[in-house]
Design a protein around this ligand. Structure first.
Ligand code: B3K
Ligand code: ZN
Length: 852
């Protein structure tokens, strides 16, 4: 089982050979695609054989300098002993794109050929030095039948095209920038094409092209507008300009991830390209803008400067997520974007950090690299970049970016190289800060305070505690701790970022006339847990007065979460549940506050999910939590009924995304309280001209268990049955239903004509959404929810291991549950582990979970 062995960062060795140039000739055929790869190979270290990576194809021939070569085929590798120091290597392989359901390497999506090579997919096309520190110049010749494949695309510039016998044609592409194999892309198919152009700050004209499935051209405009916005933003904020004459985006429905930043030829999941108001929600529009931006920003942070090895993935991903977050914040609401980023960390990353897959943002050991495209590497990675930005300030940070590109443009580098550039350009000492790259787990800041009225001195004591995941020799981290002190009347007395560097820290503030209310870890200035014993009055005061909008939202989350946990305790103690009227009044004030930003108000009214609440504690009585949350929602709804209805009606007259967000938050809360009349939901559904409102109406019908639910779902299905991305929303609704019949319905829906186990979007919507977003049914006491997921994981293991390993997450995060549920989850994992053909992807996660 050698292929199941982990690779370690500490074993990194520069390659013994490199490839400077690659000519790829690809002759497309559904099950017999021929690839001839001609590489210019150069030795970098004496005395070693040439070892190339490759799997999942038929090897036809291997030639060295034109002569048939001697070679050994090893598992996953081709070995050539005693090759010259510099030579031409020609390898011919035969591929089966139609049979490739893993969607890695070359595969077919709805009749079009496309590729996905990151992280290690290029080795499914030919034997190669498939590692990011081998950078080559590519020349790619594609030939295919003219019918069905008018567009033949690859990276860089089109340099030649022509006709061939047998109604075939060919195109040759040349990419002038040396690149690692993971950035190679090829697409062949028939599409609708949206064309536009962008003039860069230095006056170069760049052709922009978005390719979509036939009949979808009208849904490509938002993606194109987002691309142009991204290009302009990267010039103005980072001074970075695009470097080729053409930028292409192709949207495909079969895709494992969101999108891929291949040089000059991005391939996108349709979910992040196609949108019009009828079929896409406001969140979808926002998601498209952010993913289009993310992939575009990779052109500098990822492509021009790439990763030395895959352990350094956060070098490009953490940095590029930070850049896309800043983009969204500069062109939209900074507070709301920050709240969304914080939710990802608190609700998903904290869970990963305390679960079996815990790893530092730079992992130290990996079995299957695809398992490490995680919220830790991406989102905690972005928080680490954000902390550097906080410590250096915008000017220092931009100086660091400039230094980074001056030093490393065209290279494959490490996270240390990035931090060194930041440090050198700004003069800020980041030596202790570097620990963020090595130590896994979430640190906790335990804060206590005291006030001496006689001297006017206020003292904050901050204890830094490191979790077991950080390792036995873990050291205290450098944590930027943003604090505001507020007076009784809401005036801001102090607002600054403190440096927490030791295990025990004390900060003294002098000259205060009364004990202040502290707003702690403002804007979530570090990805840590905060423990401070806030009183209800303090939280209410922060909700009203904190200068940072994000702090006001944070206070509201703490306030309502506390109310829920108090009721969990009441239930467990056999007492009565109750909701403090001050809590309801604080939320009423939000509804009545005409000055408050509408989107922020909507965020405050979105009460934390069950999964979010579980992340706040170390162990949970699941049934009590569900009951207490339901009680609090119902009480809140009943208390605020009048205000919710008034606000709902007011907002109904407005036509904007923020207005819809708050209106639908009101609707959802009313529905949860059973206070949403059937006709209100039905008329929102009937009158809606946009997907946001239609879906919110369906959600309310579901939450309020209304009689009209089934008929509305049926009408929705009938209208959208031929629009896959909208059917995904319908599958998600079905998967989220909380009644016991949901399991049977899911099994039936797997046979729905719009569903396919081969399509990751469909699988995520139905099976993935059930496991991740329907905790009530997934964690049912009889274990049937776990069994359902396990049944589909077994099928997916053979079809698409990457997708299987992604949706298994809720099943491996069993640590906080009661013994009964834990045992049931582990039994499922043991069943998976016993499978004869278990993929590396699932093996890594399942075995880590069982050893946890
Ligand atoms: N870099 C790709 C992700 C590739 C995933 C490989 N399993 C998308 C992105 O982060 O931009
Ligand atoms: Zn990325």
């Amino acid at each position: 089982m050698s292929e199941l062995q982990a690779k370690h960062l500490k074993d990194y060795l520069a390659p013994a050979f490199t490839i400077d140039e690659l000519q790829l000739n690809v002759s497309l055929a559904p099950s017999t695609t021929r690839v001839v790869a001609t590489s210019q190979v150069r030795r970098c270290r004496e005395g070693e054989p040439l070892l190339l990576d490759g799997e999942g194809f038929k090897l036809v021939s291997v030639k060295v300098n034109g002569q048939d070569a001697q070679f050994d085929v090893l598992p996953g590798q081709l070995k050539l002993d005693s090759v010259p120091d510099s030579f031409t290597l020609e390898i011919e392989t035969q591929l089966d794109p139609v049979g490739n359901t893993s969607l890695e390497g070359l595969y077919m999506s709805d009749g079009a050929y496309c590729t996905q090579c990151e992280a290690e997919g290029f080795r499914r096309i030919t034997y190669f030095l498939d590692r990011p520190d081998v950078l080559a110049k590519y020349r790619v010749r594609i030939d295919a039948p003219k019918a069905g494949f008018p567009y033949l695309l690859s990276n860089g510039n089109k340099v030649e095209a022509g006709e061939l016998d047998g109604d075939r044609h060919y195109v040759v592409w040349e990419d002038p920038f040396p690149k690692p194999s993971y950035l190679f892309a090829l697409v062949a198919g028939d599409f609708d094409l949206l064309q536009d152009s962008f003039v860069t700050q230095s006056g170069r004209n760049v052709a922009l092209e978005v390719f979509v499935d036939k009949g979808n051209l009208h849904k490509a405009h938002h993606a194109m507008a987002s691309l142009k916005k991204s290009m302009a933003w990267d010039e103005s904020r980072f001074g970075l300009e695009y470097d080729l004459d053409i930028y292409m985006i192709v949207a495909v429905d079969f895709f494992n991830m969101g999108a891929m930043e291949n040089k000059g030829l991005n391939i996108f999941n349709t979910k992040y390209v196609l949108a019009d108001t009828e079929s896409a929600t406001d969140d979808d529009f926002h998601g498209i803008e952010s993913v289009v931006g993310h992939e575009y920003f990779h052109n500098w942070t990822g492509n021009r400067v790439t990763c030395r090895d895959w352990f350094q993935l956060s070098l490009k991903e953490g940095l590029t997520v930070f850049r896309d977050q800043e983009f969204s914040s500069d062109v939209g609401s900074r507070a709301v974007n920050r709240i969304q980023a914080i939710k990802v960390i608190k609700n998903q990353q904290f869970a990963e950090d305390s679960g079996p897959m815990a790893h530092p943002i730079r992992p130290q050991s990996v079995i299957e690299m695809n398992n490490f495209y995680t919220v830790t590497v991406y989102n905690k990675g972005a928080e680490v970049i954000r902390m550097m930005h906080t410590l250096l300030g915008e000017a220092g940070f931009q100086a660091g970016m400039k230094r980074y590109f001056e030093r490393h443009d065209g290279q494959a580098v490490t996270c240390d190289d990035f931090v060194a550039a930041m440090e050198d350009a700004s003069g800020v000492d980041l030596s202790q800060f570097r620990l963020w790259y090595n130590q896994a787990g979430t640190p906790t800041l335990k804060v206590s305070d005291s006030f001496d009225a006689a001297s006017g001195e206020y003292r904050l004591v901050v204890l830094q505690q490191l979790p077991p995941q950080a390792g036995d020799d873990a050291k205290p981290m450098h944590i930027p701790f943003d604090v505001e002190l507020l007076g009784d009347d809401g005036t801001s007395i102090v607002n600054k970022v403190l440096d927490v560097k030791a295990a025990h820290n004390e900060f003294v503030f002098e000259g205060l006339s009364a004990r202040p209310v502290p707003s702690l870890l403002q804007n979530f200035s570090a990805p840590v847990k905060l423990e401070y014993d806030f009183t209800t009055a303090q939280l209410i005061s922060l909700m009203r007065y904190a200068s940072a909008e994000v702090a006001r939202w944070e206070a509201s989350v703490s306030l309502i979460s506390r109310a829920i946990w108090d009721n969990v305790n009441a239930l467990l103690d056999g007492g009565d549940m109750a909701l403090d009227t001050r809590v309801a009044d604080a939320f009423r004030a939000v509804l009545l506050d005409a000055e408050l930003d509408t989107e922020l108000a909507a965020e405050i009214l979105n009460i934390p999910s069950i999964n979010a609440l579980i992340e706040q504690v170390n162990s949970v009585n699941f049934d009590a939590l569900v009951a207490a949350r339901t009680f609090v929602l119902e009480e809140l709804s009943a208390n605020l009924e009048d205000e919710l209805l008034v606000r709902y009606r007011e907002l109904q007259k407005l036509d904007s995304a923020p207005a819809r967000a708050l209106k639908n938050a009101c609707l959802a809360l009313l529905a949860r309280g059973g206070l949403c009349p059937e006709e209100m939901v039905e008329s929102q559904f009937n009158d809606s001209n946009n997907m946001t409102d239609s879906l919110a109406a369906l959600g309310a019908a579901m939450a309020g268990e209304l009689d009209c639910l089934d008929s509305l779902l049926a009408r929705f299905e009938q209208r959208w049955v031929d629009t896959p991305l909208v059917m995904d929303k319908w599958f998600m609704l079905q998967a989220s239903r909380q009644d016991d019949a949901v399991l049977g319905r899911i099994d039936a829906l797997v046979n729905h004509k719009a569903f396919s186990l081969n399509n990751p979007n469909r699988v995520r919507s139905l099976i993935g959404c059930f496991a991740a977003n329907n905790p009530v049914q997934f964690h049912r006491e009889d274990g049937e929810g776990y069994l359902l997921l396990t049944r589909y994981l077994k099928q997916l293991n053979g079809v698409n291991p990457q997708v299987a390993a992604r949706i298994i997450t809720p099943l491996i995060q069993f640590g906080k549950f009661d013994e009964g549920r834990k045992q049931k989850m582990k039994a499922c994992l043991n069943e998976l582990l016993a499978m004869p053909e278990l993929s590396r992807d699932l093996f890594e996660k399942v075995s880590r979970a069982l050893a946890h």
